[in-house]
Write a protein that binds this ligand. Structure first.
Ligand SMILES: *[C@@H]1O[C@H](CO)[C@@H](O)[C@H](O)[C@H]1NC(C)=O
Ligand SMILES: *[C@@H]1O[C@H](CO)[C@@H](O)[C@H](O)[C@H]1NC(C)=O
Ligand SMILES: *[C@@H]1O[C@H](CO)[C@@H](O)[C@H](O)[C@H]1NC(C)=O
Ligand SMILES: *[C@@H]1O[C@H](CO)[C@@H](O)[C@H](O)[C@H]1NC(C)=O
Ligand SMILES: *[C@@H]1O[C@H](CO)[C@@H](O)[C@H](O)[C@H]1NC(C)=O
Ligand SMILES: *[C@@H]1O[C@H](CO)[C@@H](O)[C@H](O)[C@H]1NC(C)=O
Ligand SMILES: *[C@@H]1O[C@H](CO)[C@@H](O)[C@H](O)[C@H]1NC(C)=O
Ligand SMILES: *[C@@H]1O[C@H](CO)[C@@H](O)[C@H](O)[C@H]1NC(C)=O
Ligand SMILES: *[C@@H]1O[C@H](CO)[C@@H](O)[C@H](O)[C@H]1NC(C)=O
Ligand SMILES: *[C@@H]1O[C@H](CO)[C@@H](O)[C@H](O)[C@H]1NC(C)=O
Ligand SMILES: *[C@@H]1O[C@H](CO)[C@@H](O)[C@H](O)[C@H]1NC(C)=O
Ligand SMILES: *[C@@H]1O[C@H](CO)[C@@H](O)[C@H](O)[C@H]1NC(C)=O
Length: 437
């Protein structure tokens, strides 16, 4: 987009927000990926419709009025991208459906009986009945992003995306719990403390709290009677020519971003839920641990382990030697230990011993065929089976970790395809560039 176009869009944005005019879409209207691909907000800043995903298209809302098109909502995010011969139809029954020929591919909005729709200047796509009552709105179905004036209600959560270019559900979530606590967890875990890696600890302040977001970047929790119980940011950031969004990023951290509309620049981070990129639990898969270098997370395998899937760090690491545990009757296999300092993992030790030295901790693990690894700290020896989960380097805790390794068998990657613990991989990914797809 050249400068003149950008300038026009930016000008339109401010004119429109002053006049509060809304675009109006009527039943029977349709969009296709290649012609008439979006319905724009009156300001021109937000667009609802098709955006490119790989060689195909997805349907969602994106910020169209800036050089870096930024997706803020995705319809049917875990569905397959669609090809260029699909149609998004605001059907005569009031629903918003995705079709290929006569075949219905997906229902984007269950809005039967609606009469019209608008892409609002707030970034909310709203479907109305004939009395202008709201039947459906995208703000009620957030994916990974919140926009100013959008709320996250109790019991609801945001899910990170798989990558900056694929907005399918990723591996982290941010939940506004019914107890008033806003908490981050990996996906597919219970809502309990051992899995949490961020919490406002506002629990106990009452039910039905909400996460709120104002146009000045103020992020805060309200209780059920709209009393401010916690500020995440104090707000008061510049609003002139500046827009904000909050998103749980691919790396599991949620951040507040700002964008200066008069500059051809990028989004800048205003606030982050965490300053340590290794905080999100599960970033590194099983049997690997997270180390941060220069604000980039790297996943390393424990000694004696190899990446299961090069290029997929959440897949974790598997044993690089075969046969271990109590089922092994091979007397030829001898074990020794490798030490790693200042490492922690999820403490699910099956036995905790009081021992005088790290040598006695090693010996205790060696004599126990169930023991695959042990943590020694302050004369305590915690024995652990595999897999090792949520491993990371720590600066505050001086542990010594022992990992049992074989010293007498050839190193061949064990076959781990039977739902075994070992599936995983560790690799380094590039983070920090191309945040927005
Ligand atoms: C939107 O369009 C519908 C159908 O054409 C019409 O009835 C309604 O009055 C319009 N609303 C606005 C705010 O223009
Ligand atoms: C695009 O939409 C406009 C307004 O609905 C319509 O007049 C025009 O014919 C459409 N263009 C194409 C190529 O479908
Ligand atoms: C649609 O995609 C097909 C390949 O999937 C391509 O051959 C065709 O040219 C595309 N049509 C348009 C209008 O872009
Ligand atoms: C649309 O394109 C897909 C893939 O290119 C093709 O399989 C399908 O038959 C096409 N459908 C229509 C109705 O043209
Ligand atoms: C919200 O907080 C205020 C102040 O602490 C308290 O008076 C009120 O009862 C709370 N509301 C609920 C529903 O807990
Ligand atoms: C929270 O919401 C539930 C369901 O809407 C309601 O039953 C309950 O009374 C609410 N609690 C408070 C403190 O408002
Ligand atoms: C939260 O921030 C708002 C606006 O900056 C301020 O008025 C309020 O006192 C703060 N509340 C708390 C609980 O810190
Ligand atoms: C946005 O950029 C313009 C041009 O560089 C600058 O004058 C203005 O102060 C910036 N606004 C903010 C809020 O940083
Ligand atoms: C925006 O970010 C990209 C990727 O980090 C960088 O290459 C580009 O120079 C940045 N643009 C500006 C104007 O800062
Ligand atoms: C990476 O591995 C995880 C865990 O095995 C799997 O769920 C995910 O689909 C893999 N991702 C890719 C891009 O292959
Ligand atoms: C482990 O941490 C301690 C202090 O917490 C530090 O003195 C020591 O150098 C660290 N060791 C390694 C290998 O990083
Ligand atoms: C590994 O497991 C797969 C799937 O169960 C099987 O097809 C393959 O033959 C196994 N390979 C070895 C070396 O056991």
């Amino acid at each position: 987009m050249d400068f003149v176009t950008l300038f026009l869009i930016v000008s339109a944005f401010f004119t429109a927000s002053a006049q509060q005019i809304q675009s109006n879409v009527s039943r029977g209207s349709s969009l296709t990926p290649t012609t008439n691909s979006t319905w724009l907000s009156h300001s021109g800043l937000y667009a609802f419709g098709f955006y490119k995903q790989g060689n195909d298209y997805a349907v969602g809302i994106f910020i169209a009025g800036i050089p870096e098109k930024t997706v803020v909502w995705t319809a049917n995010r875990d569905g397959l991208p669609v090809s260029n011969n699909t149609t998004l139809l605001f059907a005569s029954d009031g629903r918003l459906v995705l079709q290929m020929g006569q075949e219905q591919l997906a229902v984007v909005a269950e809005s039967s009986g609606s009469a019209s729709a608008s892409m609002l200047n707030s970034g909310n796509f709203v479907i109305y009945d004939s009395d202008r009552g709201i039947i459906w709105q995208s703000f009620d179905h957030p994916t990974d992003t919140l926009l100013p004036s959008q709320r996250l209600l109790a019991g609801h959560e945001l899910f990170s995306s798989i990558s900056d270019t694929d907005h399918s559900t990723g591996i982290f979530r941010l939940k506004m719990q019914n107890d008033g606590n806003l908490v981050q967890y990996p996906v597919d875990t219970p809502d309990t403390a051992p899995y949490a890696y961020f919490a406002t600890s506002a629990g106990g302040f009452g039910d039905n709290g909400t996460l709120n977001f104002d146009a000045d970047g103020h992020l805060y929790l309200l209780n059920a009677t709209s009393f401010n119980i916690r500020n995440l940011t104090d707000g008061g950031y510049p609003t002139k020519e500046t827009i904000y969004l909050m998103r749980i990023d691919v790396d599991g951290i949620f951040r507040l971003y700002s964008h200066n509309l008069t500059q051809n620049g990028n989004w800048s981070i205003v606030w982050s839920s965490s300053s340590d990129v290794c905080d999100p639990k599960g970033l590194c898969g099983l049997n690997s641990f997270c180390v941060s270098y220069d604000q980039e997370a790297e996943c390393l395998c424990f000694p004696g382990f190899e990446m299961v899937n090069e290029g997929n760090r959440t897949a974790g690491c598997g044993r690089s030697f075969s046969a271990e545990g109590c089922n092994n009757k091979n007397e030829d296999i001898k074990y020794s230990f490798e030490e790693v300092a200042n490492i922690t993992w999820e403490d699910v030790s099956y036995s905790v011993l009081s021992v005088p030295s790290k040598e006695s901790c090693e010996q205790a693990c060696l004599e126990d065929c169930n023991c695959e690894a042990a943590l020694f700290k302050d004369r305590t020896c915690s024995k652990q089976r595999l897999p090792l989960r949520y491993g990371r380097r720590t600066q505050t805790d001086s542990n010594i970790a022992f990992i049992k390794v074989s010293i007498s068998t050839p190193t061949t990657l064990q076959n781990l395809s039977d739902g075994d613990w070992g599936l995983g991989g560790c690799w380094t990914i590039e983070m920090g560039r191309g945040w927005f797809g």
